[in-house]
Design a protein. Sequence first.
Length: 559
Amino acid sequence: MPEVLRLVKSNCRDCHKCIRFCPVKAIRFTGHQAHIIHEECVLCGSCYVVCPHDAKEVEDARETVKVMLQDDAPVVASLAPSFVAGFEGTGISAMRDALKQLGFADAEETAIGATLVKREYEKQLEDADRDIIITSCCPAVNTLIEKHYPDLCRYISPVVTPMVAHAMDIKRRRPNVKVVFIGPCIAKKDEAYGTPVDAVLTFHELKEMLDAAGIEVVHRTDSDPDTRARLFPTVGGILRTMNLPQTGYTYMTVDGARECRAALDDIAAGNIHKCFIEMSSCEGSCIGGPVMEKYANYPIRHYQMAVNYAGPDDFNVAKPEDGVLYKQYSRRDVVKPMPTEEQITEILRSMGKNSPDDELNCGTCGYDSCRDKAVAVFRGIADPSMCLPYIMDQSKRFSNNIFDNSPNGLIVINDDFEIQQLNKQAMELLNIRNQSDVLGENIVRILDPTPFFQVFETGKKLTNQRKYYSDYKKFFEQTIVRDKNSHMLICILRDVTDEEEARSKKEELGRKTAEIADKVVDKQMRIVQEIASLLGETTAETKIALTKLKESIDIDENE
């Protein structure tokens, strides 16, 4: 079975937004990538909706459907009742015309299947032999219970979803056809495997197919005929379509994955009894499905469209044989190893959480608490480095350690040339007793501002400039760098007084040595001239020779 929802590695930016919104935390972070844990995922689509980098992609069924449309078997579209919100200003006739142009043999409303399902719910309420009944219409809720609340599977109404019920009805009436469900739901793609539904398209995929074929859906809000089952995709819509018997049940609606979990927690704790719960994983029910929420999220307008398109009656659809729509939902337990208290404490310490006061529970890692994060680390689906306060603290300590222990003076000023920070070495070099004496002051207070102006204006760093400061009676070597992102200038200051004094002494020694050499050479020149004259050589020739000798001595001295 292919993965319905998967990661696009090249797009993932390690922002942790998907884990923050995942109601079951079915995300594993490794190598700074968010991988979906398919064994735990309920396909609610939250991560797909909230990902700011489109790093989650849904299985694309367009090519599969195109192949179907080219085969001999007729293909019938089952349109989820939320299509009036997905394709605003249209009705079933307009959608049928567009789908036929695309190659479909026909198009019907999935609300026909919803009519069949709600009749089964009414029968169960009449029988009143169940303590709690949770509607089975939402596949994400069904999967949530099967995987994460397996003991509550007995409370899911043992009826197929409207999508499956409609596909069964189509194939009963029209043998040998293929059925393609079209809706706003991602979980339907997974649910379709092993059912009479041959493929599932999202509204977004259908729009892309229509656009590619140059087909425009005509804005014609026809209705043939009106039916109240069209209310199914709205909050409370299932209850509004039903004839509710007075058999002691409390009727309620729950929408949104987190709210569903809260309700299921309450049921698991034994606090809820004798109630019929219309439960939907999406806030706003199906008109707020992941594809709708990602591409066209107008909940009030879409609710109004669905309500206005509905009628007071039911579809005239034949009742299937007893048991045909029956489905037993089975537990698919997710094994989650739990650490001991000692192991949790040790993991917390590795993240710099040495006491309860250190546990900020800020949620930036995606988990509700530091302890939840520690459990995830134990399970191998999270990394300690995902803790932003810890990383910030570690980074701050590291940078401060370098800043405070640098052998050079470090001074940070802003674009207004105001001193923002300086280390102890800089304070010693500049005879500053307290940081507060200069923080916020202009750099001219302690150093010549000219090189700072130069770096600010040109954007080019100044490297190893040496300058004497008479106020401090010291030579400083300055390197100044501008960080445009932080709007700061950073000055690295080094005391080179000893080096400069040593260089001056060396130069003075060299000068004196040259003077002595000059005197010695001059004296030697006179002696050599006298010897040369005795030998009969000309004074001019001797002078040239001695001058060259002197120059060579000067060169040796300088070297």
